[in-house]
Design a protein around this ligand. Sequence first.
Ligand SMILES: [Ca+2]
Length: 102
Amino acid sequence: MWTPDELGGAECLGALVDGTSLELCRSELLNPTIDMTGDGVFDSGRMVESDTVFLATDRTGDGFADTVTRIGPDGTYEVWQVSESAASGSAQWRLDDGGLLA
Ligand SMILES: [Ca+2]
């Protein structure tokens, strides 16, 4: 189950690997309901797929997610960020952080 009312094109977020091109996985915030940056603007949306929760945030304000936090049912989490590849100059998803929620 997932919530397409908040995120569009988000099905690919569950299959991110280090170096996934932004062109291959670009999720649009359709109806963001969360303010992650605290500036009073809703910049994040949620998706639930199986037992995994995804929180997608648009930090650049272009309407597309550039940070995704994936929280698994076992308490593990991963933080994915879009960054420019120095080699190719293209935008890619990179695993930025991860671990176990206390
Ligand atoms: Ca963005």
